[in-house]
Design a protein around this ligand. Sequence first.
Ligand SMILES: NC(=O)c1ccc[n+]([C@@H]2O[C@H](COP(=O)([O-])OP(=O)(O)OC[C@H]3O[C@@H](n4cnc5c(N)ncnc54)[C@H](O)[C@@H]3O)[C@@H](O)[C@H]2O)c1
Length: 292
Amino acid sequence: MENGHTGKHRVAVIGSGNWGSVASRLLASNTAKLPSFHDEVRMWVFEETLPTGEKLSESINQAHENCKYLPGIKLGTNVIADPDLESAVKDADMLVFVTPHQFVEGICKKLVGKLRPGVEAISLIKGMEVKMEGPCMISKLITDTLGINCCVLMGANIANEIAVEKFSEATIGYREDKEAANRWAKLFTTPYFLVSVVEDIEGVELCGTLKNVVAIAAGFVDGLDMGNNTKAAIMRIGLREMRAFSKLLFPSVRDNTFFESCGVADLITTCLGGRNRRVAEAFARNGGKRVF
Ligand SMILES: NC(=O)c1ccc[n+]([C@@H]2O[C@H](COP(=O)([O-])OP(=O)(O)OC[C@H]3O[C@@H](n4cnc5c(N)ncnc54)[C@H](O)[C@@H]3O)[C@@H](O)[C@H]2O)c1
């Protein structure tokens, strides 16, 4: 699969929040170096007007920085912000989905019939859609709506740490198409971002989703000052329950996936530093009432 015009793959990123901006920066550093990829990374921006009156996309293209979601970090001159979804994806044959999960369905519906043939996707989105028929993984939503192959990338990846090139690992999950997964791994890997590839898309994606539930419990433990032993127990039991629940939903899920970055490592980082942990701690400290 290659882009017809130039023989080089073209990358578009759908989403420009905190992780979307960091992912675009990381990808752009690689597309600028790797001969099989076109230099430019198009980043779709959900347009906003800044307090200065300037449009966010214009500000990004002028300063090469996302002053709202990733202030102080240069994205690279080859990251081009585009507020028009159709225009952002029209030449791409590699699409990176990285919006909050609740917007994916609407975005996919807008993209039906607008993509190049043979497009490959990857989802960096943690979460799932819960429908009347049951839970639906985001990668499946993308595949079903757009009829395209979709891998996932999950891991212990707090965006602001990757933005300043602190070492992290990540896991790509795929179904069947190993060649596509390896192409994504090549595109994402840098000396400070090491990516492994496993044939267990549901396992990888469920790790990225379920660890947030355990992180809420870890936050309660912190808020109740229950100590490190209890927190470690919550994390261990939580990991075991993540595995049991994942296997209940998808019997194909593999044990080894829980030892990859997407499993135990993401669980640890989220239980130590994530937003869900922080909110749960504040809730417990406030006697079980909302603070925000
Ligand atoms: N931030 C992290 O450290 C991190 C790490 C790993 C994975 N993720 C995952 O990445 C995904 C994106 O998170 P983020 O941190 O980049 O987001 P964010 O919270 O920083 O930004 C929210 C984004 O949503 C956009 N938005 C608002 N309303 C919208 C609408 N109606 N339609 C479309 N977009 C709209 C905003 O413009 C903004 O770009 C999430 O699924 C998250 O779980 C985040």
